[in-house]
Design a protein around this ligand. Structure first.
Ligand SMILES: [Mn+2]
Length: 360
């Protein structure tokens, strides 16, 4: 599938809205296909002994994005591409077109854009498997070029699945700590694994896969190497703690990466990695006490996704009104009303969807 020419080539490709309304996310479920509140389902089975049970928390993402193209590529919008989808619990993805294709007069942006466009169209066909999504999107991409790519798919039960080929990255922050960090894959320094139009590149089978159960309040930071080569994890942690909204965090991180990328004296993650791999300034500069420093000018794409509890499914059992009263004593006064209703309707069990605020 070919990507239609963009009306404004300076704009990054994002087929979906780049940002969900974060402050109204708790109410978003009202507009979803899931049942509206309150929803009751009943069963004739007896659950006399079953205590009130929290069965499942359903989650969604509030997403903010920010892309700053390489200073020399502003007119084209850079060579990164990304997409955001609200499919299932949410899908976020970044692809980074490999710039070496420009030496063959091929626009490196086209492959990454088509790959992301195809992935966004195919999210519903892969049953929550980001590896399969990589494979199908890659197979459907006909442009010449190659790209590093990362896709994270969230299931409503909180399971986050990540597939990564190359040096795009992802961090999951929980209570100020990184609980998951993707690892870059590369053949050698500055030559990452990549999905390519040519044989000899990597495939979805080479993807590094991570699976994590996320919790309400977790923050997912996804980005191209333009972010992670220029910003340390500790800076990501402090930036996340400084801002509330996903969009604000994404913008702050992208701006920080941009600032570092142009700072020739900054000891960036990129320059530290280069030195650890044996790259450095010429010997005569070393003798003068100089060393390789500086950020890495690049396209910078940042996607920030905060995990929200969408609604909570709670199942209670009733055989008698007393059962409902016992539920009420256990901290669920609302259940007394439900128990009365269940008794009147002759129901044995009651399943209720409610927002987390009702439970807390
Ligand atoms: Mn890059």
């Amino acid at each position: 599938m070919a990507v239609a020419p963009m009306a404004n080539p300076a704009m990054p490709f994002h087929p979906f809205s780049p940002s969900f309304p974060s402050n109204s996310s708790r109410l978003r479920w009202l507009n979803m296909t899931k049942p509206s509140f309150p929803v009751f389902s009943c069963s004739s089975a007896a659950f006399d002994e079953a205590p009130p049970a929290l069965l499942r928390t359903e989650v969604s993402l509030s997403v903010g994005t920010h892309l700053i193209p390489h200073p020399a590529k502003v007119d084209k919008g850079g060579e990164d591409a990304f997409f955001v989808s609200n499919h299932n619990g949410g899908v976020i993805a970044v692809a980074d077109g490999v710039s070496g294709w420009a030496e063959r007069n091929i626009n490196p942006a086209v492959f990454s854009q088509e790959l992301m466009a195809n992935a966004s169209c195919l999210v519903g066909d892969v049953e929550g498997d980001p590896c399969l999504l990589l494979g199908k999107a890659h197979a459907a991409t006909s442009s010449i070029g190659s790209a590093t790519v990362i896709i994270a798919m969230l299931e409503k039960n909180g399971i986050l699945k990540i597939a990564n080929v190359g040096d795009c990255g992802l961090r999951v922050l929980r209570k100020g700590e990184i609980v998951l960090s993707s690892s870059p894959q590369e053949h050698y320094f500055d030559c990452p694994f990549q999905l390519s139009s040519e044989s000899g590149g990597q495939t979805y089978e080479d993807a590094a896969v991570n699976i994590l159960e996320v919790m309400e309040g977790d923050t997912i930071i996804m980005g191209s190497d333009g972010l992670f080569d220029n910003v340390f994890d500790q800076e990501i942690i402090s930036t996340v703690s400084e801002f509330d909204g996903a969009s604000e965090i994404a913008k702050a991180l992208a701006n920080l990466a941009c600032k570092h990328s142009g700072d020739k004296d900054f000891e960036s993650p990129y320059s530290l990695e280069a030195r650890s791999q044996g790259y450095d300034v010429p010997l005569w500069k070393k003798i003068l006490g100089m060393k390789l420093t500086g950020g890495k000018p690049d396209d910078i794409t940042v996607i920030v996704a905060r995990v929200n509890e969408l609604f909570v499914k709670v199942q209670f059992s009733f055989s008698r009104l007393e059962k409902a009263e016992s539920c009420a004593e256990k901290g669920f006064p609302f259940m007394k009303v439900c128990g009365l209703l269940a008794t009147i309707m002759g129901m044995d069990t009651l399943t209720i969807y409610m927002t987390s605020m009702h439970v807390l």
